[in-house]
Design a protein around this ligand. Structure first.
Ligand code: WT7
Length: 652
């Protein structure tokens, strides 16, 4: 594929609302462009200046950037601590300001000032030290969205331990493989979490993940629900027992700028998740700076990002960016529809939320429930809305704009990735006009481009591959334990020393970027990133399955749904019972987020003469579209008809 065919809807343009613009940090396109151009032409002066003004250093750096291109290091010689930047430095000026307002699903509210959060982080850090953990060790975190999750993350950062947060929806098998790759020594978890009124066990899942050999020496258990759990003597300990013994102060470990801050596993185009490595200074700088400008931060804001801390959005825009900026962060443990579909709107009203940052899939499901839910609540505290995770369709954008933002709140559609650490493309809300479904302009210091497979820029409104031409401080440094995979997947796909994103995009006549979705075998299901290969490996590990091919199928609420084409070793097993078993099997291997929506048993998969599965054809079949394009490389044309026949059987 050298270019992507794109549709160019003539959409509406929404300039920044006047009242918003006049109070914004950046108030005009000219001001944005002046700073963007300055950063592009003088990246070191720009990033160096920002690092001085936004971060607190124990020792200043010598050089802003060393190394070459996409393998750069930033702020070499500098020392700092991420928890000091998020906590200690706010104590003198705003120790009594709320850092966290957190709601549990059953309705309890926890309020922690910066002083409270600092104290709890110090206590836990002392506890972790008492367990023998040392700088560079890896701590896995498998927790509900409660303040203790933030405390755990920052306690790791205080000691220079790398955290590896694993989303609480992943299975025991997924925890096991991540911990094995990371060689985690400790896992911090809870007895369970609340979801739609039920208790979901967490400790039990962790126990399963530890059966057999494991690098994990201890399990620290926070008591969230009171559900009974079994404690393994010598290995497991209670959070409250450990915390009860600790002093309220803890000297932070000053780490080099490039010290790894965390690992976060994400799916790529192969069967194994990759441990994305982010470092301390560059990551903190990227998240703090982007958070400040893109959310147009004010000291009195009450900012709410609905993402779970198990994903990069939670790391960057629930924890590090906002706390580094001294913001009051709202967080919520549970489901959007518990006890009913008004929960989000009620939280906004109760806590006076000013910025609301969420995912298109959530907006679409909230929209489906009708306008009566938001109409019940006073949403007048809101001044800005944000979206992340996938392209937002214009219909959902308009609903968000009208029914939630009441047309007075700009919407920032933010494009970025686990790998980029921070937002890369998004409208600066006081300066850039928004267009429904468009991420608009690159952030300061970010230089994207749209190119073909040879690295040659494509023309205006031509679809192509989205790349980034200059390194930026918050980019991933490597894939844990596999630097070659880092080089081959990000740096060597497109010629020239550019970063390849895996997304397609086009740039319009205004210079605005439209994201067209992944061009690799990565699915985006309800904003969650899943690899087709990972699901295929899960399927073929079932004794009845011979071969499997997984593709995305358009889905109105979830964006994409998982559709599996499966051939069996013995066809007599085919049937509804086996479909259920296979769904269960995939959930056990990966987690509930990977549950296939559809399983189709077929006689054979369409393959090229060289044996490659033709996913393009399967995508068309899954979407019930006519097969588009060339099928001349298909080995056996009859396969298509039998698959089509099987699909029809399926639907009836
Ligand atoms: C992929 C990254 C970092 C945010 C959470 C997801 C897609 C993300 C947008 C957007 C269109 C988007 C891309 C990207 N994506 N934001 N605003 N518009 N697509 O992080 O799991 O690393 O996934 O999400 O395809 O490559 P992630």
């Amino acid at each position: 594929m050298t270019s992507i065919t794109t549709m160019q809807p003539k959409g509406q343009v929404f300039p920044p609302p006047t009242a918003f613009q006049s109070q914004a940090l950046i108030q005009s396109v000219a001001a944005y462009e002046a700073l963007w151009n300055y950063a592009k032409d003088n990246p070191e002066a720009f990033w160096g200046g920002q690092a001085t003004s936004l971060l607190t250093w124990d020792m200043p750096w010598g050089v802003v950037r060393t190394g070459t291109g996409m393998q750069s290091q930033w702020f070499t010689g500098g020392y700092l601590n991420a928890s000091v930047n998020c906590l200690d430095r706010h104590l003198e000026t705003q120790g009594d300001k709320l850092a966290l307002i957190a709601e549990g699903e059953p309705g309890e509210v926890w309020r922690l000032t910066y002083r409270d959060l600092h104290r709890e982080v110090c206590k836990l850090a002392n506890g972790l030290r008492s367990l023998g953990l040392q700088q560079g060790d890896v701590v896995a975190i498998y927790m509900p969205m409660v303040p203790e999750l933030v405390i755990a993350v920052l306690a790791c950062a205080r000691l220079g331990l790398m955290h590896s947060v694993i989303f609480a929806g992943f299975s025991a098998e997924a925890i096991r493989s991540r911990n094995a790759d990371a060689q985690a020594k400790l896992i911090i978890t809870a007895d369970g979490l609340y979801r739609r009124g039920a208790v979901i066990p967490l400790k039990e899942t962790v126990d399963h993940s530890l059966e057999g050999a494991s690098s994990v020496e201890h399990v620290l258990v926070y008591q969230r629900t009171g559900a009974s759990v079994s404690m393994h003597p010598g290995r497991d300990l209670w959070w409250h027992d450990l915390m009860a013994m600790q002093s309220e102060t803890c000297a932070p470990v000053s780490v080099p700028a490039e010290h790894p801050l965390f690992l976060l596993y994400t799916s790529g185009s192969t069967g194994t998740p990759k441990g994305i490595v982010h470092t301390t200074a560059g990551y903190l700088l990227g998240t703090a700076l982007s958070h400040r400008y893109i959310f147009d931060l004010k000291p009195t804001d009450r900012y709410w990002c609905t993402a779970d801390a198990g994903w990069i959005t939670g790391h960057s825009y629930v924890i590090y960016g906002p706390l580094c900026n001294g913001t009051t962060v709202v967080m919520y443990e549970g489901a959007p529809n518990f006890p009913d579909w008004a929960r989000f709107w009620k939280i906004i009203e109760t806590h006076g939320v000013t910025q609301f940052y969420t995912a298109p899939t959530a907006i679409r499901s909230l929209m489906q429930q009708g306008d009566a839910w938001p109409e019940k609540h006073d949403l007048s505290s809101l001044r800005l809305l944000g979206t992340v995770g996938e392209p937002i369709n214009p219909k959902a954008w308009m609903w968000f704009h009208e029914k939630i933002g009441k047309t007075r709140c700009p919407i920032v559609d933010t494009w970025w990735q686990t790998e980029t650490g921070a937002i890369m493309i998004a409208p600066l809300p006081g300066a850039i006009s928004t267009k429904p479904g468009c991420a608009t302009r690159p952030f300061f210091g970010i230089v994207p481009d749209v190119v073909d497979h040879h690295g040659v820029p494509v023309g205006e409104n031509q679809g192509g591959l989205l790349v980034v031409r200059q390194p930026w401080p918050s980019m991933l440094r490597t894939i844990h334990g596999d630097h070659d995979r880092f080089l081959s997947q990000y740096c060597q796909v497109v010629p020239g020393d550019v970063y390849f994103t895996g997304d397609g995009a086009r740039r319009d006549a205004d210079g605005d970027y439209w994201i067209l979705g992944r061009v690799d075998d990565v699915l985006n299901v309800a904003g969650h990133r899943l690899s087709t290969m990972e699901i295929e490996s899960a399927l073929v590990s079932h004794p009845t399955v011979a071969e499997a091919a997984v593709v995305g199928k358009p889905d109105e609420v979830r964006g994409e749904a998982i559709c599996c084409f499966v051939t069996l070793k013995a066809t007599e097993h085919a049937g509804g019972e086996l479909k259920k078993q296979l769904q269960f099997h995939v959930v056990a291997q990966i987690g509930a987020l990977a549950r296939p929506q559809e399983i189709r048993f077929v006689q054979a998969l369409p393959k090229t003469r060289s044996g490659k599965i033709m996913r393009r054809l399967l995508r068309d079949l899954a979407a019930d579209r006519p097969i588009a394009g060339d099928v001349s490389t298909l080995e056996d044309l009859a396969t298509l008809d039998t698959i089509r026949a099987a699909s029809t059987e399926d639907d009836t």
